[in-house]
Structure formats: C-alpha cells, structure tokens
Write a protein that binds this ligand. Structure first.
Ligand code: SAM
Length: 343
C-alpha cells in the first residue's frame, strides 16, 4: 500500500509521528488475534463459562492487515501479536508473513504460552518473526498444571528450546510474580539467565478483568526480588534498549541472558506509554486498564477507506488517558479479562 495520508493536523505533526494529547509518541500496536486459549491460568481465564467472541465477530486477517497498513503509514512501527493464545488461531504463520512485509513495520513480535511453539517456531522464524515472549510462571511441572489447569509444562519447555534453536532473539520469559504462588522460584528463574540467553521478565500482577482477584497485596516489589537474586551473583544494570520497552534491565555477571522488571503498578510508566491495543473483535483500547473502546471493525465492515481508519486512529490518540487510576479511589477494574484484551 502507498501511504497517501489525509492527516489530522494537530496530532500528526509530521508524517509518521503519532502524538497523543500528552505528547507521547505512539508507535506500538498490540494486536490480539483471538480470545481462545489452550490454557486456563487461574488468574487470567476461568475454566468454564467464558463468553467468547463469535467467529463472525473476529477481525479477519484481511481486515487486520488492512488496518496495519493504514496505521503503519501513520507512524505505527511495532506490532505484537497476542491473545488469548495466538498460536491457536489457524493461519497465524501466514498472517505474520503478511505483516512482516508491511512497509514501515520495523519490529514484529509475538507473545505465546509456548504450548504449541515447538511445532511453530521454525515456521514463525521463516515467516519473519524475529523475537518472541513466552509466558511461564513456574518451572515445576506439577505447579504448572495447577496454575494453568493443564498438564503441558513439557511442551512449553520444548517450545522454549526450539525458539532458541531457531535463533529467535531475544527469547523472553514472562513471569507474573505473585506472593504465595511462585515467589519461591525467583532464583530458579534468574538462574536460567546464567545458562541460556533468555531474558527473564518479572511482571507485576495486574487488576484486569472482573473475575480477577487482585487486591494489591500479591505484588512483590522489584527491590525485594533483586535482593533475593543478588544471592546468585552481582546484578549489573543495562541501559534502555532501542526498542524502548518499559522493563528495568539487568544481567547477572557472567550470565548469557538478562533479567528485567516490569512494574506497571508500583512504578507505573504511563508517561512513556507508546501503545494502543486492538481486541480480537476489532475494538481499539487506549489503556489496558480502561474499558473505553473505539470501534474499528464497524468501519472496516462498512468498507471505510483509509481516511476513515485514520480518523479512528486519531480518535484513539485523543482518547488515550494520561495514566491508569490504580491506587485512586475512583479506580474500577475493567470488565474484559486479559485473555480477551491481549496481555
Ligand atoms: N496466551 C499468551 C501468553 O500466555 O503469553 C498471550 C496472552 S496472555 C493474556 C499474555 C500475558 O498476560 C501472559 O504472560 C499472562 O501471564 C499475562 N497476564 C494475564 N493476566 C494477568 C494479570 N492479571 N496480571 C499480569 N499479567 C497477566
């Protein structure tokens, strides 16, 4: 697609620079391609009774690519595919191949639970995926079966090994840390970064979704995790990466990988937030923690042209809140669960 651009004057100050109302540069779209998942992590998705998006309401791959083409013309350069579990949606490799070819997309990544990764890693790499995040909250198979309600640790570990073999880089391991849940495994996770070139990311548990039991007391501050990890070796800080993620990064002296902390609650990074999200049913969300959504699917299905899609993008920029309200008395958990938004 050739970018013609009927640009909104205030927000897009120069071609390919999207600024929101708070002068934040927005260049990152998190794209959830399905709300289906092959795990049922206790803190994320109930075992039963989940109301799933009807197939006819899922954005088609055509609609997704069209959206990305228009957004890329306007300054979106980074795409992450997520879900639900993105690898359960048929044709995902083909989608990645198409997104990788969109002009202007410089960074394409995927977040997966890893269950199907062993079989997909090679095709994903060949399709143009460069890096990958794998969610894993425990290294103990029995605990894994408890947390996820599925006995699939072995597949996930094999998926991680395959991702490394295929030279996806970096391979990040996302660990949601919760008191009494997996906080006795922090050192074991950190040690992985000594032996493998894995980037371990310790992530704070967040209040997302009505059924989520967050009460603010499960979180373990990064300082406490660091204290524990220091028992393994000296933690050396790493400066911010060109990709500009929100993690505070370190490596253990002599290690092959690194360790990072993502703490959206205890030290929120809203002032640096560069993201929009697109739900599987075609709604733009401007903040993970807010239920405010802007309908894109309606415009796509009415055959809306480039100008309409751009207009919706600008609306989203204007609607993006300055920050989340967690900790504020007015804060209310959003209704959609993480599986339906895309973590
Ligand atoms: N199925 C894929 C996966 O497991 O990576 C992608 C979707 S999943 C919703 C994305 C990430 O969100 C996972 O790392 C999961 O642990 C995390 N997550 C879900 N609920 C969360 C919560 N309340 N707080 C923090 N992270 C959460």
């Amino acid at each position: 697609m050739i970018c013609t651009g009927s640009l909104a004057p205030v927000i897009v100050r120069t071609m390919k620079l999207l600024l929101d109302n708070y002068d934040r540069k927005i260049n990152y779209l998190r794209l959830s391609i399905t709300d289906r998942c092959n795990l049922r992590c206790r803190y994320c998705m109930p075992e039963e009774g989940v109301e799933l998006v009807e197939h006819r309401d899922l954005l088609t791959y055509e609609e997704i690519v069209r959206t990305i083409e228009v957004f890329a013309c306007n300054g979106i350069t980074k795409i992450r595919l997520t879900g639900g579990e993105p690898l359960v949606r048929r044709g995902v490799v083909h989608l990645i191949k198409r997104i990788a070819k969109v002009e202007g997309i410089k960074d394409l990544s995927l977040t997966t639970n890893g269950v199907l990764l062993k079989d997909y890693a090679r095709d994903l790499a060949e399709a143009g995926l460069r890096r990958i995040n794998i969610s894993l909250d425990t290294l103990e198979p029995e605990r894994f079966a408890y947390i996820t309600r599925r006995d699939r640790f072995k597949e996930v570990w094999e998926g991680i090994e395959e991702a490394l073999r295929q030279r996806l880089s970096p391979v990040k391991i996302n660990v949601v840390v919760m008191k009494g849940f997996n906080d006795d495994e922090l050192k074991a996770f950190a040690r992985l970064s000594l032996t493998y070139p894995l980037h371990i990311r310790f992530i704070e548990f967040m209040p997302v979704g009505e059924g989520n039991d967050w009460n603010g007391e499960e979180a373990i501050p990064p300082s406490q995790i660091m204290e524990e990890i220091r028992g393994i070796g000296e933690l050396i800080p790493i400066g911010p990466h060109a990709n500009g993620g929100p993690a505070k990064r370190y490596y253990i002296k002599g290690g092959k990988g690194e360790i990072g902390f993502i703490s959206p609650i205890s030290s929120h990074f809203c002032a640096q937030c560069n993201r929009l999200r697109l739900t599987p049913d075609g709604k733009i969300r401007t903040c993970l923690f807010s239920d405010e959504e802007i309908d894109l699917k309606g415009a796509l299905r009415k055959g809306g042209g480039e100008a309409i899609l751009e207009e919706i993008l600008y609306q989203a920029l204007q609607a993006k809140p300055e920050g989340h309200r967690i900790g504020d008395i007015r804060f209310k958990k959003c209704q959609r669960g993480m599986h339906a938004i895309g973590g």
